[in-house]
Structures are given as C-alpha cells and as structure tokens.
Design a protein around this ligand. Sequence first.
Ligand code: FRU
Length: 544
Amino acid sequence: VLLQQPYRTAFHFQPPQNWMNDPNGPMYYNGVYHFFYQHNPREAQFGSGNLSWGHAVSYNLVDWVYLEHALNPTDPFDINGCWSGSATILPDGTPAILYTGVDSQSREVQNLAIAKNPSDPYLREWIKSHHNPLMVPVDGIGTRFFRDPTTAWQGPDGKWRVIIGSEINGHGTALLYQSDDFVTWSKSPKPLHFSDATKMWECPDFYPVSVNGTNGLDTSVMDTNTKHVLKASINMDNYMRDSYVIGTYEPETDEFVVDVDFKDKSVDLRYDYGVFYASKTFYDSLKRRRVMWGWVLEADSKLDDINKGWAGLQSFPRSILLDESGKQLTQWPIREIESLRTEEVNIQNKEIEGGAEFEITGITASQADVEVSFHIPNLDDAELLLREWRDPEALCRIKNASAGGKIGPFGLMVLASDNLAEHADIFFRIYKGNDKHVVLMCSDQSRSSLREEVEKTTYGAFIDVDPSQNLSLRSLIDHSIIESFGGRGKTCITARAYPKVAVGNAARLYAFNYGTESIVISSLSAWSMKPAQLSPLHERTKSQ
Ligand code: FRU
C-alpha cells in the first residue's frame, strides 16, 4: 500500500525521510550553495546520539540534490552525536566546519572538519581534524552547556573569533574564543554578551548588517556604517524562540554594546513569532545578501511523525536586512522563489465590506504564494487598545478571526475547506493606542484541522507600521506550512497546519473582513507554485 503523503511540502526543504532539526553550516562556495542539517538517519524522531550532518547542494537555493551525510558520529570526540555548527571559508579558500560533538563522556566539545577536496564542486567528503576536540568545557563551563559554534570572523588584528552558546550561572551566554590558526583556540576572559533574562543560548549567530545599504555583509566586515546582530535560540519551558538584539561591535576590544537588550519586554525582537528555531544565516557572495534558514517544527503528533516517516521542515530561505528605522530587521523570501510561480490571479481595488469574505479561485491553494496590499479607508473608529492587552499572542487568542471588531480582523483564510469547516487565518486588527495606531498581526490555527490530536497554536505580534499607508501581507502556503510576512517583512509568523479535509486540490483560499469598517484590497496577486526539485544525485539527468 502506498502511503498518502498530503503533508509533504513542494518547495520547502526536507530530507527524503526521518527526523530533521537545525540548519547547519550553510554556505556559498565556488558556484554552489551547500546546506547541512541535523538529521537522525534512523527514525522520524529526535535521537540525540544518532545525529549526523545531512548534506544537500543547489545552484539556486530552490532545487536541491541530496548527497551522502557529511559528518557522522564515529570518533571519541563526537561518538554521541554530531550536533550543530557553522561553516567558515578560510582565506586560502578552504571550507571549514566547526561543530559540536557529544564525546564519549557525553560532554559537548567543539570540533573542526575540513573539505577533503575543495575542488570537488559538491564537497562530498569532510575530514575531521586530528587535533579534535579543539575546545572542551573547562573553567566552570557545564559539560551540557557548551555548543553550536558560529561562523568565525577575523578582527583587524588578524585573529579569528567565534562564539559558542552557553549558560553560565543560569544566564544565557555567548562565550568568545580567539585563534591565530583556526586550530588552537583560547577563551576570552569576557563573553561577547550574556543575559540574566534568559537561560541557555543555543545556536547563537553574530553578523554585521549595513545601516543604510541594501546588500548583506560578509561576516568579517566591520566599518562605521555597520551594526551587529546577535541572535540566540532560547528554549524555555513554554516556548522556543529565536530572539535577537542589535548593537555596536568594536572589533579592537570585542566590546558589544546593545541598543535594546533581551530583558526589555516592550520590544521583544524575534525573527519569527511563530514556529521557527535554531536559525542560521550565511553571506551569499554571489548575490551579495545575507540569507537565513530556520527549523520549522512539527504540529502533528509523534505517532503521526513516525507513520509519515519524516518530521521537521526548513523555512524557505529569507534575505535579511536592517530596517530603515534601525530598530529591527526585515526579512523577505529570496527572489529565486519567483521562478516557481505558475498560474496567476490578480485583483485590484476591491472593497470587502464588513462581515464579508470571498474566494480567490484560479490557483492551487495548497501550494501558493500570495501577496496582498490592504488600504484602510477610515481609521477614525479604531477600537481602543486596552492596557491589559500587552501580550499580542494572547490578544490574538481572545480576538481570534471569528471575534468581530471594527477595523479588522481582515486578511486571508488559507488551507480552507469549501464549507469553511477548516481554515487557518492570517489577519490584521487596528487599534488606537496612546499616541498612534497599533497594528496587530495574527496567525490563527485554532480551526485549521478537524483532527483533534494536532497542535493548533495561535501566534501574534505587533507590527511597527503606519496603517494610513498600505498594509501588506505575503503568505507562502505549502501543504502543511504557512509562512507569513507582514508589513514587507517587518513581522514574520510561520505556522504549521494539518487539515483533514483541506488537503491537495480540496484546499481553498479566501480573503475576509470580519470588522464593521470596509477594507479595500488595493492589489492582490496569487500564484500556484511548481514543486522544487529535490532528488538524490543519481536520479538527476544532465538537463537538470
Ligand atoms: C537546537 C539544538 C542545538 C544542538 C542541536 C542538537 O535545536 O538543541 O543546541 O546542537 O539542536 O541536535
């Protein structure tokens, strides 16, 4: 019996089978994009001791060729798992990987692997250094709190720097190490940064962003027109988040002064306010941009994962820039995604009256890219934002898509069944705050499936935009994932949905407005998406 796979994605990266978590070591090298990932080759569940580095290559970040695993747990310094890490291209052109190994004593240690043959376009073989482990948990570092090295950068003194995620005295910490030769590393007396507002920092990332340019920057670039971003993946009892701060880094002293720290809950900067974790960026020197990958967890039950034979997705790669305000980042799916667009529908200047919805037909609604721009004719009657509504996610749960309002909820219903028994909703509501309007963005999964056992979490965030200008929403819909970008990528929310009925050709797409005030769709474009090609090397023909 052939297993039906209605939830596998068409243009999001996933391995042929079994468990995947963090993105590892992404890089662009000699005309080829490399993507590695935490993979349990044995089963569709996390298995810390079995983790290997899966490996795939691409010429366009859309279509991928699966290769053999790059790193497997084979040596005393990684026998209990090859965990997350990053790639650095050394000045002589050698691609190097720093990764965490869980050693024979279950300690987390940092290891080096070098591409065996840098002229192999696919970099299929990796040699682990005989100097491994390069860094071990000593000087009060907990043996289980020492992992996930970043891409290294070089200071003006020529020394390499790398940060390692840790928790010291209960505080999330980015430990800083330095090296002259990439092999012998010594710990700086001072960490790059730490926070008593968080615990363990997993998968830190640290990179420059241009203050007013539109290009991304290579990791070692430092000048006065540069700010630095520090991201930490924080796994607390009740959430998993990729949170970041923006600051100024002095490469001479390794001083990092942040503008607004992790502690300041009034800001709460996150890459994504939905399900998105352990992300990693890399500098794409071909297109001069910084590109980000993030792990998107399952919402299906463990048993379903096992029955399906796979678990875990990657977000579609996003290019990342500092927002004009300088206060946050913006993200946008890399342009190459547009090569997958096929049938297109367009709508212009269409009013949606209060309480109305309409279906957008003519595309494959389970596999689509939708861009919409809303105009709000009258902002005067916006509801007041109450003081107790500080938590946008909680507000999205109370004021869900079916709770009528004044200006909003308006937005898209995706992966909807034709009787609307199932639908996931991405929408906005506009409130009147103290001195300006406040825009709430929600991704409401509460009615996304008639199945009981799947998670149907609702996510939400405020977007720092002026609603008297057009308000934009883009959603990438791919069978069991919905990635949404509000305000041209100022606020991103990724969600999973496991509909029972609204699968494949049965899925529909609607626009709706359940506020009392009319809303105008100034423009809407939606496309069916072709599937990306993901296949093992031997199945490739020359023409591909
Ligand atoms: C984050 C993480 C990393 C670790 C890896 C193990 O999801 O826990 O800290 O290196 O996954 O798979």
